[in-house]
Design a protein around this ligand. Sequence first.
Ligand code: MN
Length: 150
Amino acid sequence: MAAILVVEDNPANLKLARVVLEKAGYAVLEAMDAEAGLALAREKRPDLILMDIQLPGMDGLTATSELKRDPATAAIPVIALTAHAMKGDEEKIRQAGCDGYLAKPFRYPELLERVAAMLAPSSRPSPIEGEGEKLAPLSPRGRGAGGEGE
Ligand code: MN
């Protein structure tokens, strides 16, 4: 079972992410600030990290940079969670070393799709720079009728 670390300071968002991920069969580790997240990442070596950008104290991008500088945690994929993904943010997210990002509020099917894709060894997405438009923030509004198969 893959373990996913969720670093999110909003208790409601954290709980929802945990419920959705646990229902999908993942083990979930939780941290409510970057410092606790870094400690958990180093101790538990999760398979994936969902990292809120706006956190009290150290922000999520600084935390991601630290993870990517540390050989012990550099290989763990990080998906940034951002409430306002603008062009400037995308550049910062890329520079911090994040492997992708999701705009909040995210739709849970998209969260699960992104998580599954990131965990699949054969289809792990390349870093943001190679992905172009495919890494544009996922629409929180859905993909329209007909696009929503199983
Ligand atoms: Mn936050």
